[in-house]
Ligand binder design. Structure first.
Ligand code: ATP
Ligand code: MN
Length: 478
């Protein structure tokens, strides 16, 4: 039987005086005797006490920060303070050295900007270990939530031939020779000669395909990468991000909001339960980061308190029209403190407006509904008033929009009208329209950006620090 155990398991158990083998990376080495080892299973390190006589001088020199080691020994009560147990090692093997004159991650504080440049090594820091363990918990909880509710996980295509949504922000996929592009008689690019015999792109959303699934399986969800070539260098946008898109048949906008609110609360609670040590660490990190900022920019609640608040309170639900009234009457709007002052009903909300509503006015998550039809997508269900659509956005403190969703237009004639208004050629969308021709029904869904949720739960302020290898304008490193 293998004696090998993960560090998390050893630290979680009260058992003592048994033989184990551990593997991990050296964090620090003190007094030529105490090695703090981390294997990524937990934020904590395990102290390995070596028997100096069992190692040569040469071997001891190789025990440096970053080196991979294997240790065998007995788990004993710790003599020092700070940990319950430690390993009294009978044997230590250096598996992979890390030259201290070159290894960039020496045990000191590194800036997040610096760590982004060495993203291939940043997993080994406490901060990024914690972030990616939490990210895993979030992803797992999402699948569990939907599975337990009877939703089916649907894999929608990553390469898409439909460019109905935001054609301008798509990444084109082609195998055409860019140095010798085939042209048609009209001097247009001849995509008939391309790999798929047509122009294709990376998907910006799996929604349209998810709708097709929902209109047969009733409840489905997608969970996959999406791509947007938008040139927005913000702390909330990536060019490649992961999106969760549930779609429910026989459901309206209220069902949609209920589902989104329940999902968010479930996932946050799951992390509170499963990642207490990681969240404690991230809270401490955030508190330190915020102490550098002026008082008014600091959040009123600490990280975990904020998460619990979110789970325990109902999200505030109001219409776009009500929100506009609040914003137009707000101090920053009257005093022209907003970068974009709101002059009239109908304007799209900027993130400064969203954050005002969430952070200053309601001080809790907010769901805005019934937006003007002009600023939302063609597939959203038109209201009786003929001017607003059954859309909903969920706004979170510190993040802004975290979810965007809607009840879908299920009436063929209205949908065709809307497509015409948006200049979307119906011929190319025939497959989508078939669901409205045959067995159409009320249905609704939303898109949740995984990274924005990871940002909220971990308190990381930049979205580039919650995905292992971020893609943004000018960067596709690693
Ligand atoms: P925003 O106004 O913030 O750009 P959006 O209106 O373009 O968002 P949707 O098209 O509704 O967003 O996408 C659904 C969700 O996907 C958003 O609520 C957000 O959580 C996430 N999302 C959208 N764009 C990005 C991006 N570039 N990077 C990361 N997440 C994103
Ligand atoms: Mn966007």
């Amino acid at each position: 039987m293998s004696l090998r155990k993960k560090i998390k398991e050893i630290l979680a158990s009260d058992q003592k005086d048994y033989e184990v083998v551990i593997n991990g990376w050296v964090r620090t080495f003190r007094n030529n005797q105490f090695i703090a080892v981390n294997d990524g299973s937990t934020i904590h390190t395990l102290q390995v006490v070596i028997d100096k006589d069992s190692l040569t001088e040469d071997e001891i020199k190789k025990i440096n920060t970053g080196a991979a080691i294997k240790a065998q020994g007995t788990v004993v009560e710790s003599q020092g303070s700070g940990q319950k147990v430690e390993i009294k090692a009978s044997q230590v093997t250096i598996l992979g050295e890390a030259d201290p004159s070159k290894y960039p991650l020496q045990p000191k504080r590194h800036s997040l900007e610096f760590l982004r440049e060495i993203a291939h090594l940043r997993f080994r820091t406490n901060t990024f270990g914690a972030v990616f363990r939490v990210r895993h918990s979030i992803a797992f909880a999402i699948h569990k939530f939907f599975n337990d509710k009877g939703f089916y996980y649907l894999h929608t295509p990553i390469i898409t031939g439909s460019d109905a949504e935001g054609a301008g922000e798509m990444f084109q996929v082609t195998t055409l020779d860019l140095k010798n592009i085939p042209l048609t008689n009209d001097n247009e690019i001849n995509f008939k000669e391309d790999f798929f015999n047509k122009a294709t792109n990376l998907t910006v959303s799996g929604q349209l395909e998810a709708e097709l699934g929902a209109l047969a399986l009733t409840d489905v969800y997608t969970f996959g990468p999406t791509f947007r070539a938008e040139n927005s260098n913000t702390s909330r946008h990536l060019a490649e991000f992961w999106m969760i898109e549930p779609e429910m048949a026989f459901a309206d906008l209220n069902d949609d909001m209920d589902l989104a609110e329940e999902l968010l609360k479930y996932v946050i609670q799951y992390c509170i339960d499963q990642n207490p040590d990681d969240l404690d660490f991230l809270e401490e990190r955030l508190t330190q980061e915020e102490s550098q900022k002026p008082q008014i920019e600091r959040s009123e609640m600490k990280l975990i308190e904020k998460l619990k608040f979110c789970v325990e309170n109902d999200f505030e639900r109001l219409t776009y029209t009500e929100a506009i009234r609040i914003l137009m009457n707000s101090k920053p709007n009257k005093k022209k403190k907003f970068q974009y002052v709101i002059e009239e009903w109908g304007t799209d909300l900027q993130s400064e407006h969203e954050r005002y509503l969430v952070e200053k006015h309601f001080k809790k998550p907010v769901i805005l509904t019934d937006y003007p039809k002009e600023i939302k997508a063609f597939y959203m269900r038109l209201n009786e008033d003929d001017t607003t659509v059954r859309a909903m956005d969920i706004l979170f403190p510190g993040i802004g929009e975290i979810v965007g969703g809607s009840q879908r237009e299920e009436r063929l004639d209205v949908l065709l009208e809307r497509m015409k208004a948006f200049d979307i050629p119906a011929e190319e969308m025939d497959w989508f329209l078939d669901t409205r021709r045959y067995g159409t029904c009320e249905h609704a869904g939303f898109g949740l950006g995984l990274e924005r949720l990871v940002q909220f739960i971990t308190g990381m302020s930049n979205i580039r620090d919650v995905i292992p290898f971020p893609r943004f304008p000018g960067n596709a490193e690693f």
